[in-house]
Design a protein around this ligand. Structure first.
Ligand code: GDP
Length: 469
């Protein structure tokens, strides 16, 4: 019987271990997207929805609709070396007399929540009526994921790639000027570090100009959003796109030598470091996409967004022999690809918006194949800035949107039309001008006034539902 006792006590111990682990679980939820996709708005709304939830406020989020969410509170973050997401400032901005959008994401920031819930799934449900899930949210620029392919390239290959990426801008005055400036450099001459820093800055400025003109696929990602490396020599290099001058080896301390060295340092000390120190800690990922702004910018920009998006998603394809697998063991099990700003289309079109994003990432040479990762698509608005109503338009009563323009703060009515049912071709862009007028945010934050949204509850269910069963 002592054996039986031992077995029983063993089982009890193990049950206790399993129980305490499930009673106090933890998830790291990463939020990304290219700049302007809506990351700050999303995090602000997510926190606001959860902190101020009521049982009926998030119908598709099962823990609230099943009345099993018992409480949500902010808890101190664990990583002390990461910036804290300025949630209070964001909410204060939305509560001003002239409400302001939250400030956009510039680097990594984090915020932590603790959700207390009643488990519904066995065996936990019969063992306890209270469990905790800690959610560490991490926000970072999607541009940084555009750098992953760099790890597989040497400097010369990278110059070739950039020369190819930039063919479309051959006529742009800023590009012509930069190209002329670097043409005056002899790669074997001794490097002038000050001039190198200056040329790198000119290159970064060029990337910003291209971004402003609607380009998305730009490299290196940190030149657009440097984060903690702002002003350091790690970001002082550029692709020498005059390919005929490239060599395999350069004299020590020459321009060619220095550019190659800095590129290698960027790969190991910036790109690899990001994947090892941050990316490898993520459990779940939401990737935000704003296809509407890109469509309004034109066919080339829409295509560029599509390419950039495929490149971003490349970080979540880690089959057995992938680059990421060789670097570390990635553990993301679910990616939500979410089209933001769904308040810019009619309610009946929201599904189509989600379809559009889905179609952007399914291509012939890139079918929907993610070995270990589950991918979902949806459309949502973190901060709904329009209302829907019936109004007369060109003599007919129509369902239309009403919003306030961001620049003039004047209310306006408009009919957004229908989204294309498949990826729009260049002909569609020739026949039809898609438009996108930014909205002013609604005023929120007054008592009992939760940030209005579209489908944030669905997004929450995708991201956290299974962890709160
Ligand atoms: P980030 O660069 O990814 O952090 O993007 P932001 O969160 O700063 O969003 C960029 C801009 O997109 C905001 O300033 C708003 O103008 C707009 N935006 C973001 N989310 C929404 C939304 O839910 N609805 C609408 N109408 N506009 C949004």
């Amino acid at each position: 019987s002592s054996t039986v006792n031992r077995i029983v006590s063993n089982i009890k111990e193990r049950a206790h271990h399993v129980l305490s682990r499930s009673l106090d679980s933890h998830i790291t939820l990463a939020v990304t997207g290219l700049s302007g996709a809506g990351k700050s708005a999303f995090i602000t709304s997510l926190l606001h929805q959860l902190i101020h939830y009521r049982d009926a406020s998030l119908p598709f989020f099962k823990p609230t609709s099943e009345q099993r969410l018992l409480g949500v509170r902010r808890v101190p973050q664990q990583r002390l070396d990461w910036i804290r997401y300025p949630y209070e400032t964001a909410v204060a901005g939305l509560s001003e007399q002239v409400p302001q959008w939250p400030a956009p994401t510039r680097g990594v920031s984090t915020v932590s929540l603790e959700l207390l819930y009643r488990p519904a799934k066995q065996p936990l449900a019969s063992l306890t009526d209270r469990a905790k899930l800690r959610v560490d949210i991490i926000d970072y620029p999607g541009e940084w994921l555009l750098d992953l392919p760099l790890l597989a390239l040497d400097y010369n290959e990278w110059c070739q790639l950039n020369s190819h990426l930039m063919t479309g801008y051959a006529e742009l005055p800023e590009f012509v000027l930069w190209r002329e400036t670097i043409a005056s450099i002899d790669l074997n001459a001794p490097v002038d570090e000050l001039l190198l820093a200056d040329l790198a800055k000119q290159y970064a400025d060029l990337l910003h100009t291209l971004r402003g003109a609607g380009a998305y696929l730009l490299q290196p990602g940190r030149f657009l959003l440097p984060g903690e490396y702002e002003g350091t020599p790690l970001l002082q290099f550029f692709p020498y796109i005059l390919l005929d001058s490239l060599q395999d080896k350069y004299k020590k301390n020459s321009w060619g030598y220095c550019l190659t060295k800095r590129f290698e340092a960027y790969k190991s000390q910036v790109v690899e470091k990001f994947y090892k120190e941050y990316f490898s800690k993520f459990d779940r990922q939401i990737v935000l996409v704003d296809p509407l702004t890109a469509m309004a910018a034109g066919h080339a920009q829409f295509q560029d967004l599509k390419q950039a998006l495929l490149q971003v998603l490349g970080s979540f394809k880690y089959g057995q022999r992938s680059l990421l697998r060789r670097l570390f063991n990635p553990r993301i099990d679910k990616v939500v690809l979410a089209a933001s700003k769904a308040d810019h289309v009619l309610p009946a079109q929201q599904d189509q918006l989600s379809q559009l994003v889905r179609q952007m990432v399914i291509t012939e040479d890139s079918p929907w194949g993610f070995a270990d990762v589950q991918v979902e698509t949806c459309a949502f608005a973190a901060i709904k800035a329009s209302t829907v109503g019936n109004h007369e338009y060109q003599g007919v009563a129509r369902t239309m949107l009403k919003a306030t323009s961001l620049d003039e703060r004047k209310p306006f009515l408009f009919y957004p039309g229908e989204l294309p049912t498949s990826l729009p071709s260049s002909q569609i862009f020739e026949q039809h001008q898609f438009s996108f007028v930014p909205f002013a945010p609604p005023m929120v934050g007054k008592e009992g006034n939760i940030i209005p949204h579209i489908a944030m509850d669905r997004v929450l269910q995708f991201l956290l539902g299974d962890k709160l069963q």
